[in-house]
Design a protein around this ligand. Structure first.
Ligand SMILES: [Zn+2]
Ligand SMILES: [Zn+2]
Length: 136
């Protein structure tokens, strides 16, 4: 089985993940733009039991558009957000794809909040990609 490692910039917060993600997506929402400092967020969702967590994380919570709590976990040393959990998806953890530092990581098959996509960010080229103007 594939084991992948995700980590923050300084490396103290790290995840070892067994097996494949259940969902890989990109999000163009303004909240993700503020959180990442980038114009797009890319994430892979895994079942919590696939993940072994090491290091210290600080939690920050906000409400999603549908009112569900989203709790983001970031490194208190370097500030990288490595993973988050949503009340709407109990038992699952979203991991920021960039924290794998792996250009061969599976590509997103879902693109959400395209209403606020920067026009110079190309939408996914795969015609099978599910796209949504917004997301609850
Ligand atoms: Zn760090
Ligand atoms: Zn978003």
């Amino acid at each position: 089985m594939t084991t992948r490692r995700a980590a923050c910039s300084c490396g103290q917060l790290a995840l070892a993940i067994e097996g494949e993600p259940v969902r890989v997506s990109m999000c163009h929402c303004l909240e993700c733009q503020r959180r990442t400092g980038a114009v797009i967020s890319n994430q892979a969702r895994f079942a919590r039991e696939q993940i072994a967590f090491t290091g210290q994380a600080t939690a920050w919570m906000r409400s999603s558009a549908s009112g569900n709590a989203l709790t983001f976990h970031f490194c208190p040393v370097c500030g990288s957000t490595v993973y988050w959990e949503g009340q709407g998806f109990p038992g699952f953890v979203a991991v920021a794809i960039g924290t794998f530092a792996d250009p061969d990581f599976p590509a997103p098959a879902i693109s959400v909040w395209e209403d606020t996509r920067h026009p110079w960010v190309s939408p996914p080229s795969d015609p099978e990609t599910k796209r949504a103007p917004q997301q609850g």
